[in-house]
Design a protein around this ligand. Structure first.
Ligand code: B12
Ligand code: SF4
Length: 537
């Protein structure tokens, strides 16, 4: 059997700005599909930006398509074309995991795979190949005799070290444009699941509260391959919680040292609370080449932070920022505008704070209700959705009515946030301190930081962004959408209850060789009792 996996292009702005990273979800799937004896190809539409035709589909028996929320409309278009070509269509990813019925009712998708799919897809392909019984495949949804069938949820992969490395050889790796400090960047995933369960995020629902992680050795094995075979020196760890275990970070740094990979730089997601608990870990991160850390700082308003369930306040935020500055690690700060009660004044309070923090990268998003989140459920219950044009659920467009600002105002503030963060005296006159270790490494790598290019890039970004935002002002856009829809309501809420995922993990499984930490069940506040696995160790 031959399988084609397609990763759609994504939201307008990201596509236009060519924020390009290899899609690791389909690359992991391709790796296990190939390992199990099936032929597989990947098309990443962020690189191959052309409409797919019958010729693209005809050599294959099954077409698998990825769908997070903003890419879902395009995923449906691809599915429609594949169905026209007479193919079986399977869809997976965050959006359809939670809205399986809605996707199946479009008639262009045959089967939805819910959750992390490395094990499910193999069961499914084997069953299709042998004309077996789909009811026996856990973790899928489909329509049979007009009725939705949801097979019992399948647990996610337990032993991440046992997964093959993503099939990057099936991707056009030389075409991805992401750079860090002027060096080509490669992305990796080192853990899955998140114990924190923030109000607006579906990671804990999708991957579970239990944190499953790869060993330091396995991570560095993958890095070493990319280092020697492909010459990468800049690495981005795209998992939600790279630094959750201090012990693992320390082992990772030791492993890098042991293998003499002392001319690399790296990037990861982290959290304020984890950093301030472990100064020795931050120090070791800097020594091992940590160039930039992503922090979901979100807001500088205590009430807003509380609404988001972040469990940290201003004091902790400032401590984490000071700590990263102390060790010369750059900050990639992520901020949210448009909390339900947020007013312009509160939003500006955050914008002024961002100026002072002066992170190397400031990223602003509009609060967006993604399926599977507590926020989505509240917005649905309160009837706050403005429309369900999923393409615009890219965190750059207003999608819900809030109490503090109009949708147009929220989008205006987003533009203002960027302007304030990038054009100010702090950015122009207060250079950030970089760790001597990083400076040494960048010099050795002849990496070119700064210069004209570093000014032109944000400027180009801002112009593209500004133009797109002018084109999509909510008031105008909604009026246009209503007209196209013959004045009918823009929200067709179908009764798609959110399917449960089996995220419980049996710790006694004999093949568990490395890590899993945390509890399966949330305590009263929706998170687990102690999310910090090796506190004090
Ligand atoms: C890297 C990343 C990006 C990169 C994308 C580059 C790329 N090509 O991967 C960039 C920076 C561009 C990006 C942008 C955005 N992202 Co993003 N991103 C991620 C991140 C951090 C990692 C993705 C990843 O590699 N995961 C690891 C792989 C192994 O998992 P996976 O992709 O989910 O794939 C598994 C399953 O989903 C499933 N599956 C996936 N595809 C398919 C296909 C088939 C056929 C089947 C059967 C199964 C299947 O099986 C896979 C293996 O287990 C995730 C967070 C996360 N934890 O995943 C967010 C995430 C995917 N992003 C998210 C969002 C909201 C965005 C943005 C809209 C907003 C923003 N400000 O970040 C933009 C817009 C993107 C767009 N699509 O237009 C949300 C999506 C929520 C949703 N419902 O859609 C996530 C989940 C973050 C979160 N927790 O909220 N993002
Ligand atoms: S810490 Fe919060 S925002 Fe970050 S991945 Fe976990 S649940 Fe999502």
């Amino acid at each position: 059997m031959k399988v084609l996996l397609v990763s759609p292009q994504g939201s307008n702005i990201y596509a236009k700005m060519k924020v390009g990273l290899p899609p690791l979800g389909v690359a992991y799937l391709a790796a296990v599909i190939r390992e199990n004896g099936y032929k597989v190809k990947i098309i990443d539409r962020s690189i191959e930006q052309r409409p797919l035709t019958v010729e693209d589909f005809s050599p294959f028996d099954v077409i698998g398509i990825s769908a997070d929320t903003p890419r879902y409309p395009e995923a449906l278009e691809i599915a429609g074309a594949a169905k026209k070509a007479g193919k079986m269509v399977i869809m997976g990813g965050y959006h359809v995991t939670f809205l399986d019925k809605e996707a199946l009712e479009t008639g262009v998708v045959d089967i939805i795979v819910r959750g992390e799919a490395e094990e499910i897809i193999i069961n499914l392909l084997n069953t299709i190949e042998n004309n077996g019984d789909l009811h026996k495949v856990k973790g899928i949804s489909y329509i049979e005799n007009g009725e939705l069938v949801r097979t019992p949820p399948a647990p996610p992969p337990r032993n991440l070290d046992a997964l093959p490395f993503p099939a990057r050889d099936l991707l056009p790796m030389d075409k991805y444009s992401s750079m860090m400090a002027g060096l080509p960047l490669v992305n990796l995933i080192t853990s899955r699941g998140c114990p924190f369960n923030c109000y607006f995020c579906s990671s804990s629902k999708f991957g579970g509260l239990k944190w499953r992680y790869r060993s330091a050795r396995s991570i560095v094995d993958e890095m070493e391959m990319l280092y020697h075979d492909d010459g990468y020196r800049a690495f981005a760890f795209m998992d939600d919680n790279f630094t959750l275990s201090k012990r693992r970070v320390m082992n990772f740094a030791d492993e890098l040292e042991k293998r003499k990979m002392n001319d690399i730089i790296w990037w990861c997601f982290s959290r304020v609370d984890i950093l301030i608990r472990n100064e020795d870990m931050v120090k070791r991160m800097a020594e091992s080449g940590a160039f930039q850390i992503f922090l979901g700082l979100e807001s500088h308003n205590e009430q807003t932070l509380d609404d988001y369930g972040k469990n940290v306040g201003n004091k902790e935020q400032d401590q984490a920022i000071a700590l990263l500055h102390k060790y010369g690690i750059n900050i990639h700060g992520s901020f949210i505008v448009g909390d339900i009660n947020e007013t312009e004044e509160i939003a500006m309070q955050t914008a002024r704070w961002v100026q002072k923090v002066n992170p190397r990268v400031a990223q602003f998003s509009i609060l967006t209700p993604y399926p599977g989140t507590a926020l989505y459920n509240d917005m649905k219950r309160e009837g706050r959705f403005l429309h369900k044009n999923w393409k615009l659920y890219d965190a750059l467009h207003a999608t819900v009515k809030t109490d503090g600002m109009t949708p147009d105002k929220i989008q205006k503030i987003l533009i203002k946030d960027y302007r304030m963060a990038y054009l100010n005296k702090y950015r122009l006159f207060h250079p950030r301190k970089q760790s001597p270790e990083i400076t040494k490494r960048l010099k050795k790598l002849h990496a070119k930081q700064g210069g004209l290019k570093s000014l032109i890039k944000p400027f180009k970004f801002f112009v593209t962004f500004w133009m797109e935002m002018q084109r999509t002002k909510p008031k105008k856009l909604i009026a246009k959408m209503k007209k196209q829809n013959n004045e009918k309501p823009l929200i067709h809420i179908i009764d798609n209850d959110i399917p449960g995922l089996d995220l419980s993990i049996d710790n006694k499984k004999p093949h568990l060789v490395n890590g899993m930490i945390g509890e399966d069940k949330p305590s009263k506040n929706g998170r687990i009792q102690n999310p910090f696995p090796d506190d004090g160790k």
